[in-house]
Design a protein around this ligand. Sequence first.
Ligand SMILES: *Cc1c(COP(=O)(O)O)cnc(C)c1O
Length: 480
Amino acid sequence: MATENTPAFNKVLYAPLAEIDPVVKNIIDKETWRQFSGIELIASENLTSLAVMEANGSVLTNKYSEGLPGARYYGGNEYIDELEVLCRKRALQAFNLDPEKWGVNVQPYSGSHFSFAVLTALIQPQDRLMGLGLPDGGHLTHGYYTAKKKMTASSIYFQSLPYGLDPSTQLIDYVGLRKQAKTFKPRLIICGASAYPRDWDYKTLRAICDSEGAYLMADIAHTSGLVAAQQLNSPFDYCDVVTTTTHKTLRGARGGLIFFRKDGANYEDLEKRVNDAVFPACQGGPHNNTIAAVATALLQVSQPEYKEYARQVIANARTLGSALLEYGYRLQTGGTDNHLVLWDLRPLGLTGSKVEKVCDLLGITINKNAVSGDASAQTPGGIRLGTSALTSRDMKEEDIKVVASFLHRAVQLSILLQKEAGTKMLKDFVRVATTETEGKVGAKMVKELRQEVVGFARKWPLPGVDVTRLQRPAGIEEDF
Ligand SMILES: *Cc1c(COP(=O)(O)O)cnc(C)c1O
């Protein structure tokens, strides 16, 4: 608290956000209301815990600690050292790793940062790397480029070549990958994806890397929670480096981890290379509030209950997949082994953008996504749906069936709206979806379905928030 002697210029340091900055407070309140009122199906998102948010919003944000525990560039780091050592220990525990064989750097700010740090650590500028192509479910940072543009640092500073899916099965084409690697001779192969509903064959990838002399990195940003809960194959058995974000299935604060091997002659200096690449090569002072929040999240991941959560995420994704198949829709690979499904909308004559738009109007949050064989990357033919967040709101199989029925109606409504729009243009589509017109029923149906969706969503708790005390904030209009 401020004292009597606190000068006026310091009084602001003690006042709550609502008092100091009602504008930002209102934005946070509106976002809280949106998360409470909607069905969150974005596969890369999750809802973290109250404890994680507390750690993330702490005084740890005040501290500079460039360097590593015991070797900092600033004083006063005794507790920050304790924190970072604890976070590392918990990261290894969460993934059942032997500290003799694996080490971890917990400082990456996020996913894109760890990607560039790993490239810096493992290979030289302009060396060759391979990653799953973006249209096939890979991530931007795995070497993506287009005919016109090198899109990320991974293709700007390195020579990259994408591998892809077998069009007949939509599974990773390991045979094609092997052939490509034979001629391309990559120094690094990256596996892991942002939109791939099946598990990976790390053993085959290791064999390919060994025969071409390449490193193998698994970027398990999406699935790391399921890997930690031992519900998916472990990349640690075969990879040199494993990276993950901490805020997707892992359900922590927004951050990143780089795991590196320590055992054996090949790995003698890998620890130093990775650590030097994170700082000073690619980053500055670590975000200690994030590291604390990640440490707390990793503690949660190590509890037996978390395994149950991970199992439920997968059971829910499978239920969602089966329900959509029963309605007669097409899914990429015909189903899922993890937390997400990829819904191919092309047989319906719809694009991902239109369904994303309609879902937004309904309070269902999803994202448009490329599906295998899309003619153009600009108009993705599908959508990606994940169950991590809904599972964090306590939903189980029967509830997911209700969600599937909403999605079914949303897609049927999209077909109707496209008819009523009379053109294939997104702006005409949006107009008929949002303005009630004589002789057209689409906009009214959007409104009615939204009311049902919101009513359903508000029956569920929201982690870290006392929803019984939530009130509709200023700036949000509701006519129901
Ligand atoms: C989400 C994701 C990242 C990037 O994470 P950001 O935190 O958004 O930078 C990296 N790799 C993969 C595979 C991802 O899915």
